[in-house]
Ligand binder design. Sequence first.
Ligand code: ZN
Ligand code: FE
Length: 257
Amino acid sequence: MGSLEIRQFMCLNDNFGVLAHDPETGATFAVDVPDADAVMSELQAAGWKLTHILITHHHADHTQGLAALKARTGAFVIIPRKSSDRVGPFDQKVDDGDVVPFGSDEIRCIATPGHTLDEISYWLPGSGVAFTGDTLFAMGCGRLLEASPEVMWASLEKLVEKLPSDTRIFCGHEYTLANARFAVSVDPANAALADRLAEVEALRAAGKPTLPTTMALELQTNPFLRVHDAGLQDAIGLAGVPAAEVFAEVRRRKDSF
Ligand code: ZN
Ligand code: FE
């Protein structure tokens, strides 16, 4: 594991700002820019100089501070190729499989369409961290605003396949408590999920963030990754149904929960 230092902070209502810093080279990136002032304050508090900005998708709550932050720091801006007509300014467009050197590690780009069509997740394998934007959340996944359930399911399967189980995962929003309450409704016999709900309630009551999560924890407790599970399928009356169809039903239920 590399020695990437990470600071996570709240922006707007429930967006996360994230800064990651390689102490050996001084390279520092921000993931998304919900609020340029919040990112600048965090940089000052840490004493870090911003070198890169990574954008996960085109929504305003992830990009509205981009122009101001670029103007104030001159950081190199990386955006999804499919956002390039909507997001700027930028220096490089990336797509699935692209690799960007960063400090003593590298940033691997994984296309994860579903919430939006442009969404890219960023993974630094040497540091064991990933940033999944509004694709994968703790015990949840993004709403399907631009794509079918099949597309999102394929993206989640891709993350499960690529990310080692001890990968620390940072997400775009603090949605964890609401996600956990829904998760229990479709996966009521899952003891690990019941334990996690109690932990998350305690963290939120104390005003603390519930992220990062890990792939291992998501595989145990995220209903959108557990659509193969016999207990979950039974609980929603879909025993033996293909995973992609179970995923679509779980997503439908979450939309009206
Ligand atoms: Zn979004
Ligand atoms: Fe968002």
